[in-house]
Design a protein around this ligand. Structure first.
Ligand code: C5P
Length: 356
């Protein structure tokens, strides 16, 4: 029986890029937020061997470079060691590899994994679609094999395949640090309606980071240490706001009155008020002026906050109600942009919505 999973997209509520690290990645701070837009991923385990990827979108690679392929490869390799300690396959207290006389093991030893991606989300769109597809494939494969990886194994595989995968092991509102792979679930922001604009152009993330390095080099005087300071300041400000939100009683009495309301709403309002921005806009907008224009259109149509998501090309605008988002989506579409209204997903909604 094939397993069918919704593979939800994410947006970034602010993204601060730090200096390039010795390993070539950039330190970053961001808040990821899962949204209701999604692809659908089908996973099947059949007699035979190998991994086959199918997709209705010709832009998606079907070979070993596909993120779903990479995850499947790793899951199939690790399943003998990676089973949940409390599963029936586990031998507590022994350091030996888990024995696999059971049916599941026979299946993993001689099985072909078929993963089919029904693509709806933009490719190279900054919504984490390829990463989300890969995590969906991991969940689907576990279920198809009748096994569960331990959390540590899920995280290890996810971060090995890409910086944006681990957030989809958490869902809802998620703090991302490190190269984006270190994730921490935050209290969910209040359900927020948004309009997502998906320009036809795709943006390569490595190329966007390279543009960032070029910009940093041009802005001489911004040494690596200062850049670190910048991201640390951002991080400290963010953590201060997050802890205010998590512990409202610890807030000084002189705190801004508007922050006293619902904690979830507070985070979003606070981030928006603080002018939280996505650093990628500084290098992507000059290169793709039509994306800057799409952001302006969202603002003109009443978005309380509009931004590029990830390295783009997707833009989103936040609206106060579902009706306003629907109306804005119609008007933005009429202006010639592919636009759709959607909403944020809480962590609970994310998990409840995964398996179809
Ligand atoms: O982790 P992921 O495979 O998505 O990264 C793709 C590329 O994007 C990396 O090889 C690197 O060039 C760049 N990247 C980066 N800093 C990050 C994340 C990605 O420079 N934090």
């Amino acid at each position: 029986m094939p397993i069918t999973i919704r593979s939800f997209a994410k947006i970034n509520l602010g993204l601060k890029i730090g200096p390039a690290r010795a390993d070539g990645f950039h330190e970053l701070r961001t808040i990821y937020q899962t949204v209701a837009l999604h692809d659908v991923v089908h996973v099947d385990v059949q007699p035979g061997s190998g991994i086959e990827i199918r997709c209705n979108d010709p832009r998606v690679p079907l070979d070993a470079s596909n993120t779903c392929y990479k995850v499947a490869e790793r899951v199939m390799k690790v399943i003998p060691q990676g089973l949940k300690p409390d599963s029936e396959n586990s031998h507590h207290g022994t350091a030996e590899a888990v024995p696999f006389q059971n049916q599941n093991h026979e299946l993993t030893r001689a099985s072909k994994v078929v993963i089919e991606i029904e693509k709806q989300l933009p490719v190279q769109g900054g919504m984490g679609a390829a990463s989300s597809n890969a995590v969906a494939a991991m969940f689907g494969l576990e279920k198809a094999l009748g096994t569960e990886l331990v959390e540590g194994e899920r995280q290890r595989i996810a971060e090995e395949v890409g910086s944006d995968l681990p957030l989809f092991l958490v869902g809802g509102t998620v703090l991302g640090t490190g190269r984006g792979e270190r994730v921490q679930g935050l209290p969910d922001i209040a359900i927020t309606h948004l309009v997502v604009v998906t320009p036809a152009v795709g943006v390569s993330t490595p190329a966007a980071f390279q543009r960032w390095d070029e910009l940093a080099a041009r802005e001489s005087g911004l040494t690596a240490a200062e850049a670190t300071g910048t991201i640390e300041e951002f991080g400290q400000g963010l953590f201060a706001r997050l802890s205010e939100m998590a512990y409202p009683q610890a807030r000084p009495a002189s705190g801004v009155p508007a922050m006293g309301g619902d904690r979830a709403e507070t985070l979003l309002l606070d981030l928006v008020r603080a002018g939280t921005e996505n650093d990628f806009e500084r290098v992507i907008f000059p290169e793709y002026p039509e994306l800057r224009e799409a952001k302006r259109v969202l603002q003109r149509e009443g978005a309380s906050y509009a931004s590029l998501s990830g390295s783009g090309s997707t833009l989103y605008g936040l609206f106060d109600s579902a009706d306003e988002a629907q109306t804005a989506a119609r008007r933005v579409s009429a202006a010639g942009y592919a636009a759709v209204a959607t909403k944020t997903l809480t962590r609970r909604e994310y998990w409840d919505g995964l398996f179809l």
